[in-house]
Structure formats: C-alpha cells, structure tokens
Design a protein around this ligand. Sequence first.
Ligand code: T5A
Length: 213
Amino acid sequence: MSPRGWFITLEGIEGAGKTTAAACVVDWLTARGKTVVQTREPGGTPVAESIRQLVLTAGDEPIAPEAELLLMFAARAQHMHYRILPALARDEAVVCDRFTDSSRAYQGAGRGLDAGLIETLAQTVEQGRSPDMTLLLDLPVATGMVRAAARRGAAQQDRFEQERAAFFERVRAGFLAIAERHPRVAVIDAAAPLPTVRAAIEQALAARFGQGG
Ligand code: T5A
C-alpha cells in the first residue's frame, strides 16, 4: 500500500448498492479520523462530469464501443490528475464509486474490447496509483435490475441501463474474474439484507486496514 492516502473503489453491476455501500465506507473511515473525499466515475471533476453526461445519455447518434472506452479513460485522466492524486498526496482517503475495473468489466467483458488496450490505457492514466482496496458488490443480474428500476422510478433509463440481461451477465462474470486475479478485491454478497452487507464491508475494511484504521 502506498504510504500516502488510502484509495478505495466500489464496483458492481447496476443496482448492486455501490452508492449505499460508499456511505458505509465513508462512515467507517471518518470514525477512524480519516479525511475522506467521496467521488464517482465517470465524473468527479467538472470536465469529467461533462463526459459522464455525454456517455450516459442516449442520443440519436450511437456511441462506438471504442469511443465509449476512450471517453471513460478521458474522464478518468481528468479525475486522477485534478482530484484523486492530489487528495492521496494530502494523505486523505478517496472513496470512488467505480474506477478502472468498470472499464475492464463493461468495455472489456461486456463490449468485447481488447484487454491489452484497456491495460495500456490504465497504466498511462493511473500513473502507478491503482486502488489499495476494491469492494466488489456482487449480486444476480435480475436482482440488480429490479433495484435499479425501483431507485430510478419514473426517470428515463440511461444508455447502459438499456442493455439486455446477457450484457450484464458478461459484465458480472468480468468483475468476478478480476476478483480472482487481484487480492485487493473483496467480494461482498450484495444480495443480502443491508445490515448484513454493511457488516461484511466493515469486516473487509478491518481486514485490509486494521481495526483502528
Ligand atoms: N461505466 C462506468 C462503464 O461502462 N465503464 C466505466 O469505466 C465506468 C466508470 C455509470 C455507468 O457507467 C458505466 C457503468 C454504469 O452503467 P452509475 O449511475 O454511476 O452509472 O452507476 P449505476 O451502477 O447505474 O448506479 P446505481 O445507482 O444503479 O447502482 P448502485 O449505486 O450500485 O446502487 P444504489 O446504492 O443506488 O442502490 C440501488 C437501490 O437498491 C437499494 C438502494 O436503497 C437503492 O434503492 N439497495 C438495497 N435494497 C435491498 N438490500 C440491499 N442490500 C440494498 N442495497 C441497496
């Protein structure tokens, strides 16, 4: 782990509960005296939020898979430069809702783009500072879809939410394959009731950073 700051990411398919889990991580860190920057991808700076708007909004012109990948990394480059790296250098904790693993899972496993290209982009954009820990909130695709729809209410589906279940099955399998390769990833059973999910997250954080933080 880098001596400066803690970099924690949350990953999973739509409706997995990342936003809900992020609050739990922030509470745990704050209780241990850490200053926390809570952020998300795509987004996290004004330019990156503009890219988010572009890439999530379904318009008349389709977005090519390669363009989608490059837009995700363009947003990530801004985010790393102007938000994440400065916070880590100040010895703060960064809690980020999605990061490069989402590109591996959605653009790699989901869209079938070249894994080597994704790793090359990651190397350049991450500048040697990959996450210290990743919480992968895993649940069946159907459960995630139901939760995402309930949370969305009457609002329109974004570009990704319009994808079919088979796409999200590939994305979920992609995330689980990342977890098998990287010890930084803790898999949390996100289909469990919220108090159980919260307890599992706190246990994983303590195992990684120690009880006292
Ligand atoms: N993307 C992103 C890429 O393709 N490549 C990339 O590189 C990156 C960075 C971003 C989209 O961009 C794509 C992936 C995404 O499609 P987003 O809005 O950031 O979109 O992400 P979503 O996953 O769509 O966000 P959601 O809000 O749908 O999912 P969350 O945050 O995982 O879920 P959350 O916490 O809002 O929970 C959903 C509902 O479930 C309930 C909550 O109360 C909420 O109502 N809930 C539970 N209910 C019962 N039991 C539990 N344990 C529950 N946990 C949560």
